[in-house]
Write a new protein. Structure first.
Length: 374
């Protein structure tokens, strides 16, 4: 019979203390091990020299430190780096590191695929398999930190983490919250709360629950200023419309003094980039402390959408700025390695029919183009 060992990356501080208590050890042993795992990025219990010899010999029998393993490591010409991290059953997720002069941001996935099927997102075309375990979420940060030479409190390459990769984080609530706690814990990666951001398409009840249990920054994938258009782009809007979503954001902001909600708005040519829509968006933003990230659409094979022209993007931004709304245009990074916003595609053993349907549409489009050319 195979002995199943516990992955210590699945535990936050309290969970790890409970695990060590179950071994008959004092709580401070868990704290020591956390420092080895997250400060020194050590996975070999034998190297944890301030543990007693008997404990160092016992741990490998019952536990492991096992982040996902990289199947692919790609670097962009702009310094962005993307890892494809392998999981079970042929699944894999993508994690992206974006270096900037004053920060290093890691974009982390929360699910294998995504069940929301937003029309302009490459991830959604792959369908959905399952939620990631806590170890698979924090393991992305651990792997990236190890590869980048990140040393907590000394040479911190990763200064910010955004839950904006594959999946809807609030539909994997407990595991995501536990992983974010490890990102922020002084014995973990020690990031300030404002430097950990969760991005959601608008799962309203879980926004309220997040406000009760976690102190992190909130970003909302809005992409349209009225319900009719947003429902076309973000089907989740059928369940919770913009009014309910903004009310939840207001409640979240009220719990976090001096906090600002970030609204993400992907600009697509002739779809949601008209000045009249910018005026509607400005009126919405006046309801709460908000800023807008304007994201030029990043194309992917088979999509029906196009990136807005630069003039249209700047005109949209100008309407918001003139209305007193803080609005920035996000610079596209990692596009040459398909690591830009909305382009992430891992390997998904799809439990839905969505990927097969997408492939059929691609084939039909190709046949139509060939017939037209002939």
């Amino acid at each position: 019979m195979t002995n199943v060992r516990t992955n210590l990356l699945d535990f936050d501080r309290n969970g790890l203390r409970d695990f060590f208590a179950g071994l008959g050890e004092k709580p401070y042993r868990a704290d020591q091990v956390m420092k080895w795992i997250y400060h020194r990025l050590e996975s070999d219990f034998g190297a944890m020299t301030d543990l007693g010899k008997s404990l160092r010999e016992k741990l490998p029998e019952v536990a492991v430190v096992a982040p996902p393993k990289a199947l692919l490591d790609k670097a962009s010409s702009d310094g962005t780096r993307k890892w494809l991290l392998g999981l079970d059953a042929g699944n894999a997720v993508e994690t992206v590191y974006i270096p900037e002069p004053t920060r290093g941001t890691l974009c982390v996935s929360s699910q294998i695929g995504c069940g929301l099927n937003c029309r302009f997102c490459s991830t959604g075309t792959q369908g959905f398999n399952r939620n990631l375990a806590t170890s698979e979420i924090i393991g992305q940060v651990w792997h990236a930190a190890k590869q980048l030479g990140n040393v907590t409190h000394q040479q911190r390459r990763i200064t910010n983490v955004v839950m904006m990769g594959m999946g809807e984080p609030l539909l994997n609530f407990d595991n995501v919250v536990r992983a974010m706690a490890l990102m922020r814990d002084d014995l973990g990666f020690g990031l300030a709360s404002k430097r950990v951001t969760l991005s959601t398409a608008g799962v309203v009840p879980m926004i309220d629950r997040l406000g009760e249990v976690a102190d992190v920054s909130l970003a909302v994938s809005l992409h349209a200023p009225n319900d009719e258009l947003r429902t076309q782009l973000v089907p989740l809007n059928k369940r919770w419309g913009i009014g309910e979503l903004l009310d939840a954001c207001s409640r979240y902001a009220a719990r976090k003094p001096r906090s600002t909600i970030t609204f993400e708005y992907t600009l697509m040519k002739g779809v949601n980039d008209a000045p009249v829509l910018a005026k509607q968006l400005a009126r919405l933003m006046h309801r709460l402390p908000a800023k807008v990230n304007l994201i030029p659409f990043n194309p992917f094979p088979g999509t029906q959408y196009q990136r807005s022209d630069e003039a249209a993007i700047r005109a949209f931004q100008a309407v918001l700025l003139n209305a007193g709304v803080q609005a920035m245009v996000r610079r596209t990074r990692g596009e040459d390695i398909d690591a830009a916003c909305g382009q992430l595609k891992g390997k998904v053993s799809d439990r839905t029919r969505r990927h097969a349907e997408f492939q059929r549409r691609l084939a039909a489009q190709a046949t139509e183009v060939q017939a037209h050319a002939a």
